[in-house]
Write a protein that binds this ligand. Structure first.
Ligand code: DAK
Length: 260
């Protein structure tokens, strides 16, 4: 499938999706979100693909937010009637059960920061800058920023960032648990692709299950989360990959996964 605003490449079992509007710092417009929706659905549906990486083209930005030029022309009724960006507010995240990583190579602002935070985890280049500057435009986060940023870095820092619009650099983002790791700018894509390949080499059903469990921690009480964890563990013990994984360990060899 060919796209206008993103590129999609399969490298073995890893799908690399690149936001491709570098002149607009990869700002997210309706077309980008429509194409991302298709690309993530295709990734989810393709059983040969076991992990994905989302990054931005060019050296400066992952995504500098929703496209302000597009939004400036819309009335409140348009946002409401089009249910602007609604798939990305939660639907796509829920439908993509397989793992994906955001490789943040520069500005991740507004909707760009929100998109990165929807990933299972973020690997950031040392040039990455995160922020929710919507207040400066007279609005506020609309794609989960007020919620996911607060859950990731806590109320005080999230509130400060939303109220002042200040950007957080990569080092502070790592210290604040917003990102899993910071790597040299030139090594970002390589590092993210290697990490994705490492995940893709794991038993695929167990990868989905691990993701589901960790995500449950955001939605449930500890007691409910522990039950979900136990139940998923118990289901996995019935899988062919569990049998193979444990046999491979005992026989000191690599496992061969069936994904079931
Ligand atoms: N939209 C459109 N174009 C953008 C853009 C953006 N967000 N950010 C940058 N650009 C464009 C610039 O206009 C410029 O284009 P030309 O003038 O060359 O045509 C080009 O990218 C290069 O940008 P600059 O010349 O400004 O580059 P600098 O290095 O000087 O500055 C910057 C980089 C990232 C600091 C600056 O560009 C900037 O402040 N950008 C805006 C950042 C921002 O405010 N982001 C938040 C946008 S609001 C919703 C869900 C979500 C949202 C809304 C609704 N619903 C569910 C309803 C999300 C809202 C947002 O994200």
């Amino acid at each position: 499938m060919s796209y206008e605003t993103i590129t999609v490449e399969q490298r073995d079992a890893v799908t690399l999706i690149t936001l491709n509007r570098p002149k607009a710092l990869n700002a997210l417009n309706s077309k980008v979100l429509e194409e991302l929706t298709e690309a993530f659905a295709a990734y989810q549906a393709d059983s040969s693909q076991l992990c994905a990486v989302l990054t931005g083209s060019g050296d400066k930005a992952f995504a500098a937010g929703a496209d302000i030029k597009e939004m400036s022309e819309k009335a409140a009724a348009d946002f409401y009637l089009e249910d602007f960006f609604s798939p990305w507010t939660s639907e796509i995240v829920k439908k993509t059960r397989k793992p994906w990583i955001a490789a943040v190579n520069g500005f991740a602002l507004g909707g760009g920061c929100e998109l990165a935070m929807m990933a299972d985890f973020i690997i950031a280049s040392e040039n990455a800058k995160f922020g929710q500057p919507e207040i400066k435009l007279g609005v506020a986060p609309g794609m989960g920023g007020s919620q996911r940023l607060t859950k990731a870095i806590g109320k005080s820092k999230a509130m400060e960032m939303c109220l002042t619009g200040r950007m957080m650099g990569a080092e502070e983002a790592e210290r604040s648990n917003l990102v899993a790791r910071v790597v040299p700018h030139d090594e970002l894509l390589d590092d993210a692709m290697k990490t994705a390949a490492q995940i893709a080499a794991m038993p695929p059903m167990a990868a989905i299950a691990n993701k589901e469990m960790v995500n449950a921690a955001f939605e449930t009480s500890l007691d409910q989360g522990l039950v979900i964890e136990r139940r998923i563990f118990q289901i996995l013990t019935a899988s062919e990959d569990k049998k193979e994984g444990m046999a491979a360990f005992v026989e000191k060899r690599e496992g061969k996964w069936k994904g079931r």
